[in-house]
Write a protein that binds this ligand. Structure first.
Ligand SMILES: Cc1ncc(COP(=O)(O)O)c(C=O)c1O
Length: 343
């Protein structure tokens, strides 16, 4: 049984605080957004008998979903195996997960594309070895998206009407889950997705990506393309620069995907000054102290510092740009097949 003090602490930690970036632009700033779907998925799995008390959990993840699972598994007494890839995990983060009791299996990732295939093979081997293991499967488990009913409710209570919702897409859970609930209340609301170049989510070919946390090299069931009105592909450089500006200008110490989302959200708010814009910031900056908040590391990144132009370049053909580029495409609620067929 989860000790009540722990469950209450983690339950409040899974929700965001709001920052008003402009009179009509609000950011939902999560310390660790993935706690919300991870906790919900574990609750549902326990309720349906898929996960026993003290049972074993296994997942393939390179980032914050793994940390969320590790925190919950430690507090609730579950065993946890995480499969990750060599190019995606740094020693400090690995240590942090292992400190919480997680077992880490690291697949090699020579191409730097995330090693999704090799990771999935390793995970399947773990599932075969340990029958009864619960695999949360954040990409395809629809409970991931359903968990965001709490965020939608909080947004409505704190802000009221939403005309534009801006958010990153990795699994699709946060943006599509939140958008799905909010659209019931605000049918005209526009959904603006933030991806990065060389991610396949909105039709790029897979390739090396410097901006991690959003984007994907496989297509998750939690991404509902038909909910999306506009897609932005933000390169790592403008995302890093905007995250640093958020810290200096607003005191918001956030990760690089929040930087990417903020960049898009400011632009949307500028273009539609009479409307209410909400943007989702998925995590804090502590994990990125050695990278985007470290000038020595940034000096090793080709193209840093970027020249910040006013806005994105509109594209009519879906094709990746470079890490300094920011492009957007009028998606218009189409399926992936429809959007690719139309261009
Ligand atoms: C830091 C960060 N930002 C954004 C995302 C994308 O969120 P989602 O998986 O809900 O699409 C993730 C997903 O893991 C993340 O870790």
């Amino acid at each position: 049984v989860t000790p009540p003090c722990l469950s209450r602490y983690l339950a409040s930690y899974e929700m965001p605080r709001f920052a008003q970036l402009r009179p009509t632009l609000h950011a939902a700033c999560f310390p660790l957004m993935k706690l919300l779907p991870a906790r919900f998925m574990l609750d549902r799995a326990e309720a349906s008998g898929q996960l026993d008390a003290r049972g074993h959990i296994a997942e393939t993840t390179s980032g914050s979903f793994g940390l969320a699972l590790a925190l919950l598994a430690a507090a609730r007494g579950h065993e946890l195996t995480l499969v990750t890839a060599s190019g995606l995990i740094d020693p400090d983060f690995k240590h942090r997960l292992e400190f919480l009791g997680a077992r880490l299996l690291v697949a090699s990732d020579i191409g730097g594309t995330g090693g999704q295939g090799a990771r999935l093979e390793m995970l399947k081997a773990v599932l075969a070895e340990r029958p009864g293991t619960f695999w949360p499967h954040q990409y395809d488990n629809l409970d991931n998206a359903l968990a965001y009913s709490r965020l939608a409710e909080l947004i409505v209570r704190a802000i009221g009407r939403v005309d534009h919702l801006v958010g990153c897409v990795g699994s699709g859970g946060s943006l599509c889950g939140t958008a799905g609930f909010l659209r019931n209340l605000f049918p005209q609301m526009r959904v603006v997705a933030v991806d990065t170049h060389n991610s396949i989510l909105f039709g790029h070919s897979p390739g090396k990506r410097l901006l991690r946390g959003l984007g994907n090299s496989i297509l998750p069931a939690n991404l509902k393309h038909e909910l999306v009105d506009e897609v932005h592909w933000v390169g790592a450089l403008p995302a890093f620069a905007q995250a640093r500006a958020l810290y200096r200008g607003q005191g918001i110490y956030a990760g690089p995907t929040s930087g990417a989302a903020a960049r898009v959200a400011y632009w949307v708010a500028d273009r539609h000054p009479e409307t209410s814009v909400v943007v989702i910031f998925p995590d804090e900056g502590y994990r990125y102290q050695q990278t985007l908040y470290n000038d020595t590391w940034l000096d090793t990144v080709a193209g840093w510092p970027p020249r910040l132009t006013g806005g994105p370049r509109r594209v009519d053909r879906i094709a990746p740009g470079g890490e300094a580029d920011w492009t957007y495409f009028n998606w218009r609620g189409r399926s992936l097949e429809e959007a690719l067929a139309d261009v």
